[in-house]
Design a protein around this ligand. Structure first.
Ligand code: GGG
Length: 342
């Protein structure tokens, strides 16, 4: 029997709806060709939803998301705190996984870059415990043993499957709350004797990432530093337009591009690669969860077809130095996928 997977979809703002629609139709096409299908359910959320209904994430949308197998999310604008930050905490999506690697055909000042930022996703300054007045504002920075342990375990497990190196990033010399994060990471690391672990203050990590990005394998960070280093890392591999990410917990996953909603960019000119890479990560995660190798095959096919287009360099969006529209890029990915399926 044909497997049907329920995917909740947040289209988001700016370029979001445009790149999400194209990603969804490509996923439909892949399912038709590989023997599975998706039941896509839109979960409205974001700035436009806030304007229309007075809330950026209506309860009905949360119900659609929690009733699905997985969530695919486009970028949200100014309401990120009420949408993605809220969902990460509510659904305990404690690990934000952001891979950064030189991609074929994508110009970068560096070569040999291949690392993953493993970002704690539920606390730190993102806890949303804040008090903002006329003359002063306070934000609580929360670090717990539980959250530090589970993200450290995720980071070390990933390092064990990669080049076996992990860097704990913090600022424990100045903000002593980060000592707990740092110490727990090292405690967890004792169980992974084959992984070499070191540590860096976040300012030095930013400096080293620019000078020497090849030294990193897994970069384990608290929430806020992971967000900031992600944009730096995206710049290192050439453009934030190509980076996908996963927000995962024990039983649910939400997948989104690293980039924002790019409100000044015409959606027709957007680079859909980051969104497609998020979809690829979604297929991998769902395939492993449902033990369905067809989804794993689709993930590989999607990634290889995008790489084929990038490597060819003939149909590229403006951020990659080309003149192609988002539609032309996606059509080319489909052609490459079709050729690989024959
Ligand atoms: N600068 C990239 C961007 O805007 N990303 C979206 C974003 O910041 N989302 C919130 C988050 O990941 O914490």
């Amino acid at each position: 029997m044909k497997a049907v997977y329920r995917v909740s979809v947040i289209k988001g703002d700016g370029i979001g709806p445009y790149i999400v629609d194209r990603t969804v139709s490509l996923l439909d096409w892949m399912g038709e060709n590989l023997g599975f299908s998706f039941d896509f359910r839109e979960a409205p959320a974001g700035d436009s939803v806030q304007q229309k209904y007075g809330t950026a994430l209506p309860a009905d949308s949360v119900k659609i998301i929690t009733g699905s197998d997985v969530c695919l999310k486009g970028p949200v604008g100014e309401t990120a705190r009420d949408v993605i930050v809220y969902l990460r905490q509510k659904l305990e999506l404690y690990a934000n996984i952001r891979p950064f690697k030189n991609l074929p055909g994508v110009p970068s000042k560096w070569s040999g870059v291949d690392f993953v930022i493993v970002r704690e996703n539920t606390e730190d300054l993102y806890k949303s415990v804040e008090d903002v007045g006329e003359d002063h504002a306070v934000a609580l920075l929360v670090i717990t043993r539980k959250a530090s342990e589970r993200i450290a375990k995720t980071g070390f497990e990933m390092a064990a499957l990669r080049r076996k190196k992990l860097t704990v990033v913090h600022k424990a010399n100045v903000v002593i709350a980060y000592r707990l994060f740092r110490n727990v990471c090292f405690e967890v690391g004792k169980k992974f004797s084959d992984v070499a672990v070191d540590e860096m203050y976040v300012d030095n990590a930013a400096y080293q990432m620019v000078l020497n990005p090849q030294i990193f394998d897994v970069v384990l960070t608290p929430n806020m530093f992971g967000d900031i280093l992600s944009d730096l890392a995206a710049g290192i591999v050439g453009t934030i337009g190509v980076a996908g990410s996963a927000n995962v917990g024990e039983s649910f996953g939400l997948f989104e591009p690293v980039h924002g909603s790019a409100p000044t960019l015409k959606p027709e000119n957007a680079n859909p690669t980051g969104m497609l890479m998020a979809a690829k990560m979604m297929l991998e995660w769902l395939g492993a969860k449902k033990n369905d190798s067809r989804l794993g095959k689709a993930a590989q096919l999607l990634e290889q077809s995008v790489f084929d287009v990038l490597r060819d360099g003939k149909v590229l969006t403006a951020d990659l130095g080309g003149h192609a529209s988002c539609d032309e890029f996606v059509e080319e990915v489909k052609k490459k996928a079709f050729a690989r399926l024959r």
